[in-house]
Design a protein. Sequence first.
Length: 402
Amino acid sequence: MAVFIWEATTRKGEVKKGELDVTDENTLRGMLRRQGFKSITVKKKPKELSEYLPFLAGGVKEKEIVVFSRIFSTMINAGLPLIQCLELLAQQEQNKAFKKIITTIKEDIEGGSTLCDALKKYPKIFDELFVNLVAAGESGGILDVILNRLSGYMEKAAKLKSKVKGAMTYPASVLVISVAVVALLLLKVIPVFQKMFEGMGGELPGPTQFLVNASQFMQSYFMYMIGGVVAIGFAFKKYYQTEKGTLVIDALILKSPVFGPLLKKVAVAKFTRTLSTMMTSGVPILEGLNIVSKTAGNKIIENAIQKTRQSISEGKTIAEPLAETDIFPSMVVQMIAVGEATGALDAMLSKIADFYDDEVDAAVDAMTALLEPFMMVFLGGVVGGMIIAMYLPIFKMASVVG
């Protein structure tokens, strides 16, 4: 299939233009002649730069997948055939990369593939959770319900992720600003004061001399320092990619005093929400736990869920192995046990997820309230201390003159 641009004249002499996705030029000419067009000009649409350089095309945002799922669900519920739904979705999609993917999925289905198999070709866009739920929807004849449920799940998951990102952004931005201000003072401002101090003569106060030495060191070795930071970042990334490194760093993150408790609450909310969605959609619990563990985002939590899955396969309840982990609080374990006993585990998991969404909100607000004054004092202390150190010789000289 290729896109062709055409221009033709109607029987009344009007000039019409357009573009169509067809197999070849002759097919398009035949279609236009059957519609009564004449003086037909056809040329193949040139490829865009993004097709030669894929990184320019951009990715597919989570919000776009949510909208896709929501509209797709509505169309299927309205009784539209699957192929027509995908054709309409491709036509209205603004993201060219996503538009091309939807078109390819439509063509795969026209060729006899299932929707689930067509989605599997794009694991970076449609993850294992999405594909498995779609498979459950296709086999159960409730694809519209599943897609609607998926979009709701993804909206809540994206909201949770944005909360955590927001909590991390503030301290990170203050730290970056602090480093930039200190570097600017050491590279540009201190040298000016240093020349002035040399003209005064005499011995500099200890804090001032320390800043002058730091400034000289940074000017001499600035490029080496940049290289060192890049090398440390690269080494850290490589270490984190190893199995041992992942376990060590993920464990330290969970044990950190400020972010650790927050990330545990996020993990509980994500685990319960995802497992609830999968169970409600008819996915077996063992398969659901396997998929949930892969979406945990933390190796320690992933291992805890996999151990739970192994215990369940040996005949235990889900609550027993969860109680043995340090991730899931006793309240969560007890509520899951009640859900298992009453046969309403999916509903109970959904309630726990809602509760922990509110807990994450409260934790983010508390952490922000705690970090704001601390970061302000830190930034003010660093910059203010440097300014006072720079002016100490001037104060000293003024007292001598006095």
